[in-house]
Design a protein around this ligand. Structure first.
Ligand code: HPA
Length: 246
């Protein structure tokens, strides 16, 4: 049974180095996940792949059924989740096309279903979220990046925003004052839902563009897609090493 899952983000609806064994439709108590789970072999190990925005990349960040996604992975026997998240770079050291492994999150999202613990409880549950990512998996990602010769930022505070619009320059200034290094729309509630179900969860953040007001002119979707295509090659290299090491 596959114990490792990869959640693909914007521009990563397929893993070219994954040889597909099956596609499985899973249902959850929380509705439909973004897509059927792809079961396949990567670097000789079985993994599950789930494209967060759907197989045809049609589900916007605020409409992703994060609870269904995390729940079907848990029910499929997964214990480690590697999330790939496209982000904008806020601070100077978060350069376009580089990768980072966030270690902290500030959640600015709203009105998303963000917990499994709300109905039919025997008692109220408050999970610890001091360190929102699984440190063991973060370290493995950093080690795998070094082995694969891919530069990676070892720490970053991720600002999870609602989207789907990009931010104003003033919002980015505020996020920087808050201590955020990168900004994306999908980090939450995914990370906390994984924590609620005791999954070891970490993210590879792919810096697709300079955040609003940090570069020249407007941010275009073409620019984001081009940069992601370049960086995803590096993500694939890291995953190949990482999967063999887990
Ligand atoms: N802001 C929010 N989410 C993003 C960005 C951004 O600049 N780039 C890619 N995802």
């Amino acid at each position: 049974m596959a114990k490792i899952a990869i959640i693909g983000g914007t521009g990563l609806t397929k893993l070219h180095n994954l040889s597909i064994v099956s596609r499985e439709v899973h249902v959850s108590n929380y509705g439909e996940p973004s897509a059927p789970l792809t079961r396949g072999m990567l670097a000789g190990k079985e993994v599950l792949f789930l494209p967060r925005h759907g197989a045809g990349h049609t589900i916007p960040p605020h409409k992703v059924n994060y609870r269904a996604n995390i729940s079907v992975l848990k029910n499929a026997g997964v214990d480690k989740v590697i999330a790939i998240n496209a982000v904008g770079g806020i601070t100077n050291n978060m350069k376009v096309c580089h990768l980072a492994v966030p270690d902290q999150i500030i959640d600015y999202t709203w009105s998303r279903d963000h917990t499994f613990f709300e109905e039919g409880l025997e008692e109220v549950v408050h999970v610890d979220f001091t360190y929102p990512y699984c440190e063991e998996l973060r370290s493995l990602i950093i080690k795998a990046a070094k082995q694969a010769n891919v530069q990676i930022g070892e720490k970053a505070t991720y600002a999870a925003v609602q989207g789907p619009r990009l931010e104003t320059a003033a919002e980015i200034d505020r996020l920087e004052r808050d201590g955020c290094d990168i900004v994306g729309m999908t980090g939450m509630p995914e990370a906390v839902l994984a924590r609620e179900l005791n999954l070891c969860y970490a993210s590879i953040a792919v810096i697709a563009n300079k955040a609003a007001g940090r570069g020249e002119g407007e941010i275009t979707l073409d620019e984001i897609s081009e940069n992601l295509a370049v960086s995803h090659e590096n993500v694939r290299k890291i995953l190949e090493v990482l999967i063999t090491e887990i």
